[in-house]
Design a protein around this ligand. Structure first.
Ligand code: FAD
Length: 657
């Protein structure tokens, strides 16, 4: 029966067979139930099953599992790092991106490789199909179509008032409860969701989908006493491709050599020459005029809920920056799709006004709308009520991940989903929960920001949020996380682990060889005549020192020393990046270790944190001023403190103390 449920869609079960199967499922005690098959839910379910938990994924519609609700793209600056880390922990989205990508590019190339942003334009259908087929072939994972109506929790423990334990769920079709030791809620924009278009407002989580039941919100708020807030976001109208005059927009080609997201892939499914271009165009004064004339017809924009600051609607952009022209990217939605996605034109005005607006842009002066844009407002749970394992502090076994925690974006959702799934499984299997630190991953930064600072607007990842970004690079996510993921967490397959061990050993071997290659500057000049070396003195330089020079590549060194370096060519780019960043990262590591040793260092009690002449954020200054910790260790443990702030504080006290 379980097998049939997995293949319900493919085998077209009739409703009697389906109900029979669902009755059977009631009798099973699952380790983990994941509610919602979006980016958080799919990663959570797959991760829980990988850790060894018998897992059930329940989502409203099988066909929308893995759906890209908004933009057909994955990655970008900060977000690409999250995709690489999810992949390093054996998650799905990186491999799905490599399968479905139709336009790959590395963003931010003008800056150092630590902050490059791997990004791909995706074929929507291929992405969804990949995720669904991965889930259906994951051992210990059952996928069930259904809407979760109710969450069951035990009465609070009399010894720990207010503390509940999750026991299971009930579906909306009136079936019996399904029991589980852990439940992961990943309901995205569906919790008390409302859709907005023009002056109309209707219940919904996404166009064509009903919102999550009121029962779920009721349990979270009334029964568990969780604080919730309201956020909003929106999506642009989709445009009929043939109706756009692309000759009036600038062509934006992909990278000629697509870089895969996944450490397991050497190439992407789409061949370099088969990639599709994107196009760039701009808004005109006419667009601003239409926005202003139609504000009274647009109830979404008049609502109080906060929208995504870094992915604003065209209405917000025009109102915040009047008189400016704004970029509009025209992005393909798939290889055979006849639709374009106009990134930058998210809007919620009535459909006829949307048409008038897009036709103010020259490339779209005869454009037709395939599906109008709309807005959505939804409840989120204030994430400071969660532990670093993403477990609700007051309810054992209840985990939350994705947009429900106040974030925005597929990558942020996937990263949280994976970590919540890992911990839900570990909790169900009576293993201790695990946390990732800010110093080892962007996922650690994301979760720490959420649980220690909370959100006041939709949270998205940026490289600037990670103090240790020079160590947390896209190129080394496997070394940072895959080994730990296998040895300590249990969410990484042996195949991936063995590959990461091979990579680690080869890199260590190559780095040792480079370090041992010590020559005088004079001899380096002879070996590498093209190198512009500024050192005048005849000092001794290692291969690592020389590789740090802008004009020296690993290929040059390998051809100068083929006998000891040519077999490491596979890692030429990684070795170059490692050579450039290693001194800085080593310094940072030493600082962190020193601070750990100086836990008991006293902090002067007369210190004026508000005016301290060091680089501290306003928020950190306020926390320190309010709490006035007595030791460095106590400061480290304050909610909202960052490792970088601790380093600055430590250096200041040591200098002046
Ligand atoms: P989702 O991908 O929303 O998935 C939630 C899943 O849960 C769905 O499959 C749903 O069917 C299921 N579900 C919900 N309730 C239940 C229930 N009771 N029982 C069973 N299943 C349930 N992101 C950006 O980065 N920028 C944007 O500008 C942006 N705009 C957006 C505009 C719109 C209109 C929408 C809908 C989303 C937008 N997003 C945007 C958000 C992006 O889609 C999400 O960040 C991302 O999908 C969140 O992933 P998630 O897994 O948390 O939730």
């Amino acid at each position: 029966n379980l097998f049939l449920i997995r293949y319900k869609d493919t085998w077209n079960l009739n409703s009697k067979e389906y109900l029979h199967a669902v009755m059977f499922i009631d009798l099973i005690q699952y380790d983990v139930i994941v509610v919602g098959g979006g980016h958080a839910g799919t990663e959570a379910a797959a991760a829980a099953a990988r850790v060894g938990a018998e897992t059930l994924l329940v989502s409203q519609k099988i066909e929308t599992i893995g759906a890209l609700s908004c933009n057909p793209s994955l990655g970008g600056v900060g977000k690409g790092q999250l995709v690489k880390e999810v992949d390093a922990l054996d998650g799905l989205c990186g491999r799905a991106g490599d399968w479905a990508g139709i336009h790959f590019s590395i963003l931010n190339r003008r800056k150092g490789p630590a902050v490059w942003g791997p990004r791909a334009q995706l074929d929507r259908q291929r992405y969804r199909e990949f995720i669904q087929s991965e889930l259906l072939s994951t051992p210990r994972l059952t996928v069930l179509e259904g809407s979760v109506e109710e969450l069951f929790v035990s009465e609070p423990n009399p010894e720990e008032p207010g503390h509940h334990r999750v026991t299971g769920i009930r579906l909306a079709n009136g079936s019996h409860p399904i029991s589980a030791s852990s439940v992961v809620l990943t309901t995205g924009t569906f919790l008390s969701g409302s859709l907005f278009m023009g002056q109309s407002k209707s219940p919904g989580g996404r166009i064509g989908d009903a919102p999550s039941s009121a029962g779920l919100s009721h349990t979270l708020r009334e029964r568990l006493g969780l604080r919730t807030g309201r956020l909003r976001t929106g999506t642009p109208p989709r445009i009929v491709k043939d109706s756009v005059d692309l000759s009036l927009a600038n062509v934006h080609p992909p990278d000629s050599h697509p870089t895969p997201f996944s450490f397991l892939n050497t190439h992407t499914h789409c061949k370099p020459e088969e990639q599709l271009p994107c196009y760039l165009t701009y808004t005109t004064p006419g667009v601003e005029r239409v926005v202003r004339e139609s504000l009274h017809l647009n109830c979404h924009i008049q609502e109080d809920a906060k929208g995504p600051r870094y992915c604003p609607s065209i209405e917000s952009r025009v109102l915040r920056f009047p008189g400016r022209r704004h970029q509009v990217w025209l992005e393909p939605e798939g290889v055979t799709s006849d639709i374009l996605y106009p990134q930058g034109l998210s809007m919620t005005m009535p459909p006829d006004v949307q048409l008038r607006l897009i036709r103010e842009i020259p490339a779209m002066h005869r454009a037709e709308i395939h599906t109008p844009g709309y807005g959505v407002q939804y409840d989120f749970v204030c994430p400071t009520q969660l532990s670093p394992a993403l477990q609700v502090k007051s309810t054992q076994g209840l985990f939350l991940a994705g947009q429900i925690n106040g974030t925005t974006g597929y990558e942020e959702a996937a990263a949280q989903g994976l970590w919540a799934g890992v911990n839900a499984a570990r909790c169900a299997l009576s293993r201790p929960t695990v946390a990732l630190s800010r110093t080892e991953s962007y996922i650690g930064v994301l979760i720490d920001d959420l649980v220690s600072r909370g959100v006041t607007e939709p949270y998205r990842m940026f490289t600037s949020r990670a103090e240790f970004r020079t160590s947390l690079r896209p190129d080394n996510a496997d070394l940072r996380l895959t080994l730990k993921g296998f040895e300590e967490v249990g969410c990484v397959s042996i195949v991936r682990y063995q590959e990461a061990v091979r990579v680690r050993d080869s890199l260590q071997d190559a780095l040792a060889t480079l370090q041992a290659l010590a020559l005088s500057t004079q001899n380096w000049r002879k070996k590498l005549p093209d190198m512009r070396m500024s050192e005048v003195k005849n000092s001794l330089l290692t291969g690592m020192d020389v590789l740090r020079y802008n004009d020296v590549s690993f290929e040059m060194l390998a051809s100068a020393f083929p006998e000891c370096l040519s077999h490491h060519m596979e890692f030429s780019q990684r070795l170059k990046i490692e050579a450039v960043y290693r001194p800085h990262c080593n310094l940072q590591k030493k600082e962190i270790e020193r601070i750990q040793k100086e836990e008991n260092m006293s902090l002067p009690q007369d210190i004026n944190y508000l005016t301290l002449p060091v680089s501290l954020s306003h928020e950190v200054r306020e926390i320190l001023d309010r709490v006035r910790p007595t030791t460095l260790g106590a400061a480290t443990r304050l909610q909202g403190m960052t490792p970088a702030a601790i380093i600055h504080l430590f250096n200041y006290v040591r200098r002046t103390g």
